[in-house]
Design a protein around this ligand. Structure first.
Ligand code: ADP
Ligand code: ZN
Ligand code: ZN
Length: 809
C-alpha cells in the first residue's frame, strides 16, 4: 500500500481524512501516529486506512512516525469512526479519546528574520519596531509577539513582513508533555557482607561513607538516590566517593507512577454465590464463553436493588473472563466518589488493576496507559473515558450504575454516551457488556424488556430482608406544615427524628439538591432578581464569603445593600442551600456535630475521601450535602436520611425530570439502614402525590417504569423517538438568532426534499442557558429517527454544537 488516509490534529479537518503518500523508507500501519504536513504546518495525524489509490491527488509525503508501534488497534479506529459519524464530531476528537495521556500537542509558530536586505524607509513605524525587537532576539514565538504588540497588530504586521519576505514563519509541535519516568538509583557493586566489613574498617576515617555502605547493605536492590540521601543522611559528595572507589554505581531505572499506592489493599476471595446470583451469573458466563443462544443478546442489564450483590457478580464475571484469557474494563460513574469500588476490584485482582481518570497526575495516567497497553492488567477501572483504554483481548465491559448522567459527555465533542459506545465496542470486539443498576434508565429498561438486551433481575438483598434493618419511608406534605403555621424548613417529624438519632448516638444525612445558602436575592418591592451579567441566571448567595456567585461561570460579586433596580432596602434572600441548611440545623441542634459535603467544600482532590472517612469514624452526627451524598456510600451508623425538599429536580423543564427525581430519591433512601439498627427516610415535598415520589418511597421501580413509559409513549419522548439538540453560539444575540433561523429553514427544506415525515423541528429558540460566559445560545431540537444519518448530509458552519441523544434539554 502506498497511500494512507490520515486524520489530522487540526480543527479545520472536521470529520474528514486526508490522503498522504508513504515514503518507501517508512513502515506505516493502521492506528499509527505520524507527523504530516498540513497547510504550512506540521501536525500530528493518525492513520485510518491504507490504500493503493489516494482519495485526493496530488498527495504529500508523511514526514515521520511518532511511535514505532500503532497507538490504536484497528477496532479502536473503527470505534472512533463510528463515534464521529453517530455524534457528528471531528474525527480526531474521537481518536484522541484513545490516545496516550499527554499525546496531543499544539503547533507553535516561531518567527525568524530572513537574510533579505530591506529599505527601512518603506516600512511604517510598527513594522520597524517589530523588526527591531526581533533583531535583538534572533527569533520570536508568535505568542510572545502577540503579548508584546497586541494580537491584532502583531498579526497584521507579521503578514505584511512575510509578504515582503523579511521574516518567515516556522511551525513546530510544542514540547513533549510526559514520558516514561527514569529515576537515578544507586546500586552496590560489592556483596552486602563486604560492604558491612568495609564500613567497620573505614568507620573512623569516613563515618558518612560507612553509614551509606551500611544503609545500602540493608536494601534488597538498587534504591532511588533521593531516598537514599534522606534515609542515610548523606549527600552527593558521599555517594560520589563510593562511586569513585567503584563500590557502587548509579543507573536510571524506569519507575511506575502508581495511583493505587495510596490505597491499603487486602486480598479478598470470591464469595459463594446465592441462588439468585447464580441464576444471573449463568447467562453472563455463557456470554463470555460465546455460548449465548442465537436469539439472545450478549448485552446484559442487571437490575438489582442496592446490596443485592451486583458488584460480586461483576467481580466473578471478570474472573471468568480472565480464566478465558480475556480482560475487562469496568466503568463507574465518578471515580472520586467511588473509592470503595476501586478497593474492591484491587482486592480481588491484586496488582492487576489499573485506574484511569483525569484527577491523576499526567505521569500516573501515562504510566497506567502504558501498563494497560502492554497487557499487564486484568481490569481497567475508571469513569466514561476509561472505555477507550488500550485494553488488549477485551472480553467484558461493566457499566456500574448504568443510569448515571455522568456517562454522557455533554460539555465537549464527541458528545458520546459511554453506554452506547460500549455496546458498539463490544459489537466490534465480541466482548460481553454487563450494565448494572437499581434504577435503570427508562430507555435501557425498555430495551431490556423488548429483548434487545438480556434483562437479569436481582430483586432481593443478599442479606435476607428479615434479618436486615427495616427501611421505613415517610412522605411529609409540606403544604400541610405551612397550613399548620410551620414556616420552618423542618417538619415536626423530621425534627423529632433528628432529636432521636442524636440521643441514640446514631448518624443522619440531610440531603438537598442545591449548594450555597440561598438560591437568589430578590427585591420584595419590585421583584428584581440579581442575575449574572454574563450568563443571565440568578446568582447564588454564599454565606461564608458573603458574596454572590454565578454557578455557571464562577463570576463573584458583593451582595448589594439596596435593590439595583429601585433602590429599595427590602432585599430578601430566597430559597435554601446546603450552607443555609447547615446554619439552621446548627441553631436548632446546637450540640450536634455537623459535616458538609458539596462541591463548594470538595474542590480539592481527595477531600471526598476525607469527608467520608470523618463521617464513617463518627466524627460528626449529621452529614449535610447535595446529590454527592447519595453516591456509593456504605455507612452503618446512618439510620436517618432526610430529604429536605424533594421537588427541586421535579421542577426542571425536562422530559427526564420524573426519572431523575425517582433515581435520586431511591438512591438517597438506599443509604439508610445498611447497619444493624432500623433506618428511616423522611421525604419532605410540596408534591406528595407525584408518581415519581410515591414509587420511590416504596422502592417500586416497576410501577415507576410503567407510569413513566406510558408518559413517554404518549408524548413521543425517548425511547419512542430520537432527539438531537443543535446549538449555535455567538457573542451577538441577533446574529445568533439569524443563523439558527437560517439553519432551521435549511433543515426543513432537506427534510421535505428527502420526504422524511417523522422528523420534527422545534425552534429555534433561546437555549435554557441563553446567555453563558458572555455568549448567546440558540437551539433547534430535532425529533425523529436515524438523526445521525440525516445530519451527516448537512454542513454546519463554525459555531454549531451538535448533541445527539442529549441527556437533558
Ligand atoms: P450491590 O453491588 O448490588 O450493591 P454488593 O455486591 O456490594 O451489592 O453486595 C452487598 C453486600 O453483600 C456486600 O457486603 C457483599 O460483600 C455481600 N455479598 C454479596 N454477595 C454475597 C454472597 N454471595 N455471599 C455473601 N455475601 C455477599
Ligand atoms: Zn427593587
Ligand atoms: Zn455567570
Amino acid at each position: 500500500m502506498k497511500y494512507a488516509e490520515v486524520s489530522v490534529n487540526a480543527p479545520a479537518a472536521q470529520r474528514q481524512t486526508f490522503s498522504y503518500s508513504i515514503p518507501s523508507e517508512l513502515t506505516v500501519n493502521v492506528g499509527q501516529a505520524v507527523y504530516v504536513p498540513f497547510g504550512q504546518k506540521t501536525v500530528q495525524g493518525l492513520v485510518i486506512e491504507l490504500t493503493d489509490i489516494p482519495a485526493f491527488e496530488p498527495t504529500r509525503d508523511i514526514i515521520g512516525i511518532i511511535d514505532s508501534q500503532p497507538l490504536l488497534t484497528p477496532k479502536q479506529v473503527l470505534l472512533a469512526k463510528w463515534l464521529s459519524e453517530y455524534y457528528l464530531s471531528p474525527l480526531f476528537d474521537s481518536l484522541a479519546l484513545m490516545l496516550p495521556p499527554g499525546f496531543e500537542r499544539r503547533v507553535i509558530t516561531t518567527i525568524f528574520p530572513t537574510s533579505v536586505e530591506y529599505d527601512t524607509s518603506e516600512l511604517n513605524e510598527n513594522q520597524k519596531k517589530f523588526l527591531a525587537a526581533f533583531k535583538q532576539k534572533g527569533s520570536l514565538k508568535l505568542k510572545e509577539a502577540e503579548t508584546a504588540f497586541g494580537k491584532k497588530l502583531a498579526q497584521s504586521v507579521i503578514s505584511r513582513l512575510v509578504e515582503l519576505r523579511l521574516i518567515e514563519r516556522k511551525y513546530e509541535l510544542e514540547r513533549i508533555k510526559v514520558k516514561i519516568l527514569q529515576v537515578p538509583h544507586i546500586r552496590l557493586l560489592i556483596t552486602k557482607e563486604y560492604a558491612r566489613e568495609l564500613a567497620v574498617t573505614i568507620g573512623k576515617k569516613a563515618p558518612k561513607q560507612a553509614a551509606l555502605l551500611n544503609y545500602l547493605s540493608l536494601q534488597s536492590g538498587p534504591v532511588s538516590l533521593a531516598e537514599t540521601r534522606v534515609k542515610s543522611k548523606t549527600d552527593k559528595a558521599v555517594t560520589d566517593a563510593l562511586i569513585k572507589k567503584n563500590l557502587a554505581n548509579v543507573e536510571n531505572i524506569e519507575v511506575h507512577r502508581d495511583p493505587l499506592s495510596r490505597y491499603a489493599i487486602q486480598l479478598s476471595q470470591p464469595l459463594n454465590l446465592t441462588a439468585g446470583q447464580e441464576a444471573v451469573f449463568k447467562p453472563i458466563q455463557a456470554g463470555l464463553r460465546h455460548e449465548t443462544p442465537v436469539n439472545k443478546s450478549s448485552v446484559f442489564l442487571l437490575h438489582g436493588v442496592t446490596a443485592s450483590g451486583k458488584t460480586e457478580i461483576y467481580l466473578q464475571a471478570l474472573a471468568e473472563a480472565v480464566r478465558l484469557g480475556k480482560r475487562g474494563i469496568a466503568l463507574v460513574p465518578e471515580i472520586a466518589l467511588t473509592p470503595q469500588t476501586i478497593e474492591r476490584f484491587s482486592a480481588r485482582f491484586p496488582g492487576r488493576v489499573a485506574v484511569l481518570h483525569s484527577q491523576l497526575s499526567l505521569g500516573e495516567q501515562f504510566d497506567e496507559w502504558q501498563r494497560i497497553r502492554k497487557g499487564e492488567v486484568d481490569v481497567v477501572v475508571g469513569p466514561r473515558s476509561a472505555l477507550f483504554a488500550p485494553q488488549p483481548d477485551l472480553g467484558l465491559i461493566i457499566i456500574d450504575e448504568e443510569h448515571e448522567w455522568t456517562y454522557k459527555q455533554s460539555e465537549q465533542s464527541p458528545r458520546y454516551h459511554a453506554r452506547d459506545a460500549a455496546i458498539k465496542l463490544a459489537e466490534l470486539t465480541g466482548a460481553v457488556v454487563v450494565m448494572g443498576s437499581a434504577t435503570p434508565s427508562v430507555e435501557t429498561y425498555y430495551k431490556g424488556n423488548r429483548g434487545d438486551y438480556q434483562l437479569l433481575q436481582l430483586p432481593e438483598r443478599v442479606v435476607p430482608i428479615e434479618n436486615a434493618p427495616l427501611l421505613e419511608v415517610k412522605i411529609v406534605d409540606m403544604r400541610e406544615e405551612l397550613k399548620a403555621g410551620n414556616r420552618n424548613m423542618f417538619s415536626g417529624q423530621l425534627k423529632q427524628a433528628i432529636e432521636k438519632i442524636l440521643i441514640h448516638k446514631e448518624q443522619a444525612i440531610l440531603f438537598l439538591n442545591r449548594r450555597g445558602s440561598a438560591t437568589s436575592i430578590e427585591c420584595r418591592n419590585c421583584g428584581f432578581v440579581i442575575k449574572c451579567k454574563r450568563c443571565d441566571i440568578p446568582m447564588t448567595y454564599h454565606l461564608n464569603s458573603d458574596s454572590l456567585i454565578c454557578h455557571r461561570c464562577n463570576n463573584k460579586m458583593r451582595p448589594p445593600q439596596v435593590c439595583p433596580n429601585c433602590n429599595s432596602q427590602r432585599i430578601r434572600y430566597m430559597g435554601i442551600g446546603t450552607e443555609k441548611l447547615n446554619e439552621e440545623v446548627q441553631s436548632m441542634f446546637p450540640h450536634a456535630r455537623l459535616l458538609r459535603w458539596d462541591s463548594d467544600v470538595t474542590q480539592a482532590t481527595g477531600s471526598h475521601r476525607d469527608i467520608l472517612n470523618k463521617f464513617r469514624n463518627y466524627e460528626a452526627d449529621i452529614l449535610i450535602g447535595t446529590q454527592m451524598v447519595v453516591k456509593g456510600l456504605d455507612l452503618p451508623l446512618v439510620t436517618l436520611v432526610g430529604v429536605v425538599i424533594a421537588d427541586t429536580s421535579l421542577n426542571l423543564p425536562d422530559f427526564r425530570a420524573g426519572e431523575r427525581t425517582f433515581q435520586l430519591l431511591c438512591q438517597v433512601a438506599g443509604r439508610a439502614g445498611r447497619g444493624q439498627s432500623a433506618g428511616q427516610v423522611i421525604i419532605q415535598t410540596y408534591n406528595p402525590e407525584h408518581y415519581a415520589i410515591q414509587t420511590a418511597a416504596k422502592h417500586d421501580y416497576k410501577s415507576f417504569y410503567d407510569m413513566e413509559i406510558q408518559y413517554r409513549r404518549q408524548f413521543r419522548e425517548p425511547p419512542f423517538t430520537q432527539l438531537a439538540a443543535l446549538t449555535f453560539v455567538h457573542t451577538n444575540d441577533n446574529r445568533c438568532r439569524e443563523e439558527a433561523e437560517k439553519m432551521a429553514k435549511h433543515i426543513g427544506e432537506e427534510r421535505d426534499s428527502k420526504g422524511i415525515p417523522d422528523l420534527s423541528i422545534i425552534g429555534p429558540a433561546p437555549a435554557f442557558m441563553h446567555r453563558l460566559r458572555g455568549r448567546y445560545h440558540w437551539q433547534i431540537i430535532l425529533r425523529g429517527s436515524n438523526l445521525s444519518e440525516f445530519l451527516n448530509n448537512i454542513t454546519f458552519p463554525q459555531g454549531w454544537m451538535i448533541d445527539v441523544d442529549p441527556i437533558g434539554l
